[in-house]
Design a binder for this molecule. Structure first.
Ligand SMILES: Cc1ncc(COP(=O)(O)O)c(C=O)c1O
Length: 387
């Protein structure tokens, strides 16, 4: 029996249809390194890498391609940004729904004298922006928020935060792990200074490729935390001052970038608005169906306003882990259970420490699949999952 994959916020599946071929073709028929080789195959790959930066610039309203840096994933991006921008005495504001990709590097930095305050949220995960002013300290340097909660799909008001940051001379840093490729983002119009992304979720690309986009001003402030060979300025021990070389030492993940190039072309053809509308219609169907069932609590916003297709539920008749296990074993439905690397978000939602069963729909899910999931949940609510 074919599985129903409802775990797209862990990693999207299937990927854009052209991704695997693009990666296969490079590994099988080209194979050249970049910035280190001087031959036509290498130049061809360099052109595709530049094109990938241009695609990201267009999709995200980003800066010049040279300020678009590739990393293995958004976790690496956030570590590079946090460690490269903040030092002892600096203070940041963060949302109360942050992923451990933010919380753990911040915790490390807090051992070195960086401090942070959490912006409160409603129990549905909506940021209470009226508190912002009162949380500012003379040492506050930035606001860092995840655009969309990976636990409950709530969207944070990044344009409002960007405007607030501009007014108060703060940096606005956004973790777009759960929104890039799904929601419209325009760094320039939204006054975002740093945007961190990962390629394997809404961007429908492969694992192992992510990055961050910097405004020109921030690019000249941030310190590189990695150093090494860039294929440029090899006579000096200093990491180059040119971009993107300054933040991209070491051979890049070329198959990953070319896979991302293919997925970005696909997204451009489909249009992210159609993707979001499709996912929202599945979300509406799922939430309405869940409301007919008696044994499940929906966390986060219980309709389709201000949210994406990430829906967390708790069963009232059994442990979330038992439900997720039964869904997979008996009905071949793939979800994710637990704290989703975001314990603070679960504290806000009142689901700590057990966590929730999380369903996250993607462009390839169908209304029939959502019906099957709802029927399975209905059958499971009438029996204890271990019976
Ligand atoms: C909001 C958020 N930030 C960061 C991450 C980390 O992503 P990656 O593992 O690709 O670095 C995730 C992934 O689950 C996420 O949902």
């Amino acid at each position: 029996m074919k599985s129903i994959y409802a775990d797209n916020s862990s990693t999207s599946f299937p990927k854009a249809p052209t991704v695997a071929q693009a990666m296969y073709d490079y590994i099988s028929f080209n194979g050249a390194s970049v910035h280190r080789s001087s031959n036509e195959d290498a130049y061809q790959v360099e052109r595709l890498i530049l094109e990938t930066r241009q695609q990201l610039q267009q999709l995200l309203g980003g800066p010049s391609p040279k300020y678009i840096i590739f990393t293995p994933n958004v976790t690496t991006s956030l570590n590079m940004v946090l460690q490269g921008l903040f030092s002892a005495g600096d203070h940041l504001l963060i949302s109360s729904l942050e992923h451990n990709a933010v919380m753990r590097p911040l915790h490390q930095l807090s051992m070195k004298g960086v401090s942070y305050s959490t912006i409160p949220s409603t129990p549905q995960g909506e940021m209470i922006t009226s508190t912002l002013e009162s949380l500012l300290l003379p040492t506050t340097k930035a606001i860092l928020v995840t655009h969309v909660s990976n636990v409950c799909g709530t969207i944070q008001p990044i344009a409002e935060l960007g405007a607030f940051c501009k007014e108060h001379n703060l940096l606005c840093i956004v973790d777009a792990a759960q929104s890039a490729g799904i929601l419209p983002i325009h760094m320039k119009d939204m006054n975002i200074d740093v945007l961190c992304f990962t390629g394997h979720k809404g961007l429908l690309g492969p694992q192992g490729i992510g990055g961050f986009l910097l405004t020109k001003d921030v690019a000249h402030q941030i310190q590189p935390i990695l150093s090494g060979g860039t294929g440029s300025f090899s006579h000096t021990l200093e990491i180059p001052t040119t971009f993107p070389d300054r933040f991209e030492p070491g051979t890049p993940n070329i198959p990953g970038i070319l896979g991302l190039h293919a997925s970005l072309s696909y997204l451009n053809t489909i249009g992210i608005e159609s993707i979001y509308q499709h996912e929202l219609s599945l979300t509406k169907q799922f939430i309405c169906g869940l409301q007919e069932l008696s044994k499940y609590t929906i966390h986060g916003i219980p309709d389709i306003q201000n949210r994406t297709a990430v829906i967390s539920i708790s069963p009232t008749h059994c442990d979330p882990a038992e439900l997720a296990h039964k869904l997979e074993q008996d009905y071949h439905i793939i979800t994710r259970v637990g704290l989703h690397c975001a314990p603070t978000a679960h504290q806000v939602l009142g689901t700590y420490p057990k966590g929730t069963v999380r369903f996250s729909f993607g462009y390839h899910n169908t209304a029939d699949e959502v019906d099957t999931i709802l029927n399975s949940l209905d059958l499971l609510q009438h029996k204890h999952p271990y019976s």
